[in-house]
Design a protein around this ligand. Sequence first.
Ligand SMILES: Nc1ncnc2c1ncn2[C@@H]1O[C@H](COP(=O)(O)OP(=O)(O)OP(=O)(O)O)[C@@H](O)[C@H]1O
Ligand SMILES: [Mg+2]
Length: 425
Amino acid sequence: MATSDKPKPVNAVPADILPIIRNSGALAEKQFLEVRARVLAGDYPSESRSLARCLVVDGVLTEYQAKRILNGKAHGLLVGKYVILDRLGSGSMGRVYKAHHQLMGRVVALKIISPEIATNDRVVARFRREMRLVGRLDHPNVVRAFDADQSHGILYIVMEYVSGQSLGQRLKKGPLPAVEAVAYAAQAALGLAHAHEQGIVHRDVKPSNLLVTENRQVKVLDLGLGVLMENDGEANFATADGVAVGTVDYMSPEQACGKEVDGRSDLFSLGCALYHLITGRQAFPGDSPIERLGHRIANRPTPITDHRPDLPANLVHVIDKLLATKPQDRYQTAGEAAEALQALLRPRKATAPAAKLAAPEPPPSPAAAPPPSPVVVTVRPTYPGWFRPMAALAERSPRRALAALILGVGVAIAVGAAIGWTIHA
Ligand SMILES: Nc1ncnc2c1ncn2[C@@H]1O[C@H](COP(=O)(O)OP(=O)(O)OP(=O)(O)O)[C@@H](O)[C@H]1O
Ligand SMILES: [Mg+2]
């Protein structure tokens, strides 16, 4: 039988998961003793799957923990003082977990750095130096780092847990409205300005490193981790000293050349990210990472107006400036870039093109309708019966009506005079 035909081994569920739960460190000792007592008392089932289900329903274990325990892979649920609750995802540098501090209960995000990186002493030393700087960062637009440590050879970083989604995840649903993308980029620029002031260059600004909270606050993720990136072929690019920094599609030309970078390199990356968010396309397309790298070093980006001819000129100008090939032609600080991005969001009084971006794009206006024709209301007074013939005559021929009135009055006077004269006589 060929190797590929062999049936996959099915993990047998351990007969008794209580010792596994205890060794996993997922529960504090007191909590574990309570669970065991309830199993012994018959409150909880002793069969492994049923027990795991009950513990999840009661909130004692998370789904993720129960799955790991049932698969006999409970080791690693405790990293340092942090209990792993769930897996958030993985990237080029390692895996990210939701975790909580064993004693303090604070929920955090824990990034476990891949062992291949963690065993490179030189890289780890650079990482530790960088983390000392990152620990000082405190800004609403930066994901805070609380701790970075090595436990049993596992290198990890503990961060503020941000519930929400990354702009990389958001992009999977398609491009964003320009006004929304600009608002996010402005916030990211403010976070970067804070990091740059502390001497930290991100080196890996990209949509997946920009987290957006439920109330639309952007938080820059992975600050200080640029120093960890190793060359992994497709996604990254190795610099001269063998340490890769940045992801190809958002990388600045100077970074792609392996030169020293400063904060202006992050602004180029932010420009690439903004371009991608608005168009759903890369500013420097190409079939291979090498082609895309060469493109940004030698050429200008595909004009954004090729994809979105409707964009206002001042937005195009800001993106072009972020994407300038030479750092000296870009905004010189992230604060300046933030200001330029925020200015795009302010409504203008004049009918300048910027006004188009500030207001959410209105639905197409209907063709101008003709002014409404005046409504003529005819009011017909009601006359006593004896006057109606006269009124009808007045409506048809006012002159004749007047003549008839004069004649009538004259006749009445003459008749009155004749009667009076007859009586008198
Ligand atoms: N502090 C955090 N709070 C909440 N979720 C996070 C946090 N940090 C990372 N994540 C999530 O974990 C997942 C993996 O993140 P990670 O940074 O490892 O991947 P990436 O950004 O795609 O790749 P890279 O390694 O190149 O940065 C992503 O979905 C990310 O949104
Ligand atoms: Mg990341």
